[in-house]
Design a protein around this ligand. Structure first.
Ligand SMILES: NC(=O)c1ccc[n+]([C@@H]2O[C@H](COP(=O)([O-])OP(=O)(O)OC[C@H]3O[C@@H](n4cnc5c(N)ncnc54)[C@H](O)[C@@H]3O)[C@@H](O)[C@H]2O)c1
Length: 366
């Protein structure tokens, strides 16, 4: 059977949703038309069941040393359990390298809500990636983990493993990093995963709709709240710099004349513990239509955050594997543009979608 061997850094809510989903879609192996929640059941010859987690790294004492299937259900993870995995995974979680990934302010919150650092010695990540024959590493570290993300990216360069960067630290969209992956012939996708029906893709689509229909956007905001560790971590505004750039550029790129800084406000806004992994987004766009007559639009989105991102990652993994089969190296422009908020090059989502289809069919190189 075909196999895609993945490693994961950060077994938080996003990893939990992804792994549950891989098992969930195993039962629909032969029923392509009855697989709700997927953009592709079969992508370039690969189905979700082909994805196999062969290595995992975390730093939380409730996850390190346990099996992957146990770790994804351990605190402080709080995403919906939509599929119980019956077989215990034989893959154990290794201790990662903490560096700058744990924010000090988290210690003011109860243990069940925050990370609790393991005292274990960091594992040799490069050695494990090689020994397990991992092909792709998913980066799911907390926002603001600039050094830790660089550490895992470096480990990928040393082991020939592809990097799918789901977090807002600029690696794939950074020319220097991109060149290094290109020189080594390692395909990469990034940066900062764009969810299935998330705040970013809705905001981009609406901004483009205003533009296409001749309505001048004057100002806009996107406020997001949630109760998972991602939102708790983001209470520290010094960790948010790249997140704000990534989310703001994702919307600005869809507007012909970008808005002045004071007229656009996009970002995580607060932490509400009882929301758990439910994210609520409040979005407003103000503009002027025919005859400069004002109009405004308000949207409220409520969505389980982590499955929302997993529905896109499951395609990113398979596009990356296709690129490895085709011996491509460096940033994959089309999958990055459609799947990520901060790709090397921005396109509108309808154009990026067609580019991905052409990439999958082989009509498009990258
Ligand atoms: N829809 C989404 O959920 C979405 C969308 C875009 C981006 N993201 C980003 O994806 C990332 C993961 O999100 P999440 O909700 O799973 O976060 P999370 O807080 O649930 O999980 C983070 C995990 O990383 C672990 N960790 C921390 N430092 C580590 C290190 N140095 N090495 C290995 N593991 C480490 C933590 O213990 C935890 O298990 C975040 O940066 C988030 O902003 C998520």
């Amino acid at each position: 059977m075909k196999e895609i061997r993945i490693a994961i850094a950060g077994l938080g809510n996003c990893a939990s949703a992804l792994i549950q989903g891989i098992h969930y879609y195993k039962k629909t192996r032969k029923r392509e038309d009855s697989s709700p929640g997927l953009m592709h059941f079969n992508l370039g010859g690969y189905v979700p069941a082909n994805i196999n987690v062969v290595a995992a790294f975390d730093i939380d004492k409730r996850k390190v040393g346990r099996s992957v299937s146990e770790a994804i259900l351990s605190k402080p993870n709080c995403t919906k359990v939509f599929h119980r995995i019956n077989d215990k995974s034989p893959v154990k979680v290794y201790m990662g390298n903490v560096l700058d990934s744990v924010a000090d302010h988290m210690m003011d919150y109860p243990e069940e809500r925050r990370f609790v650092l393991s005292g274990s010695k960091p594992a040799d990540v490069v050695k494990i990636l090689k020994e397990t024959k991992a092909e792709i590493l998913l980066n799911y570290l907390p926002v603001g983990s600039e050094n830790a993300t660089a550490f895992y990216a470096e480990a990928c360069l040393k082991s020939g493993v592809s990097f799918i960067n789901c977090v807002p630290v600029f690696i794939v969209s950074n020319d220097l990093w991109a060149k290094r992956f290109e020189e080594k012939g390692i395909p990469v996708i990034g940066d900062d995963i764009k969810s299935q029906i998330g705040a970013t893709i809705i905001h981009r689509a609406l901004a483009k709709l205003f533009e296409d229909r001749g309505v001048k956007i004057d100002r806009t905001y996107q406020l997001n709240v949630g109760g998972n560790t991602d939102f708790l971590n983001m209470l520290n505004s010094t960790r948010l710099k790249m997140k704000k750039i990534s989310k703001t550029e994702a919307v600005q790129s869809q507007i012909q004349v970008p808005l002045a800084g004071e007229n656009i406000h996009i970002g995580p806004s607060d932490y509400i513990p009882w929301l758990n992994d439910n994210k609520v987004c409040f979005l407003r766009i103000e503009g002027r239509g025919f005859g400069s007559v004002p109009l405004n639009l308000e949207v409220r989105l409520s969505v389980e955050d982590s499955p929302n991102s997993a529905g896109v990652v499951i395609d990113a993994i398979r596009c990356c594997k296709i690129a490895r089969d085709r011996k491509l190296g460096g940033p994959l422009t089309s999958p990055s543009a459609y799947f990520m908020k901060h790709p090397p090059k921005q396109f509108s989502d309808d154009v990026a979608k067609d580019m991905v289809e052409d990439f999958i069919s082989g009509k498009r190189f990258r």
